[in-house]
Design a binder for this molecule. Sequence first.
Ligand code: FES
Ligand code: FES
Length: 152
Amino acid sequence: MSKYNLSINGATRSVDVDATTPLLWVLRDHLRLIGTKYGCGMAQCGACTVHLDGVAMRSCVLPVSQVGEQSVTTIEGLSENNDHPLQEAWLEHDVPQCGYCQAGQIMNAAALLSDTPNPTDEDIDAMMAGNICRCGTYTRIKAAIKTAATKS
Ligand code: FES
Ligand code: FES
């Protein structure tokens, strides 16, 4: 076990865990930030997407020992009042079905808009292609990203 002081959603959080523990389990099991979901555990679905210094990362395959000084943002820290343009657009377009994949979808889309405020269809497809939705909400996800892009 080792102690890690992590910057998460703007606060320093300390955890005592094995160095190989994936960040996902630190977030969910140790810090009770359960908005970030476990889907595949193999970087194949995107359900576990968080930001490291603003870059979308798959927390299921990221050992906590590699986080270092980087700032981690989870869905709980994306906005103060659930009012990020993407969160509002998600509601406007009634995107979620079961909801399981949606935190990862929003975090991935947020990284896209941060880098590319006015994405083309191709930009959206390229960025979002690896985020799987078993409920097939892809059309609404794309529409919501376009709506958010007009407001961010
Ligand atoms: S749970 Fe991390 S990519 Fe699927
Ligand atoms: S909304 Fe059900 S998996 Fe995406």
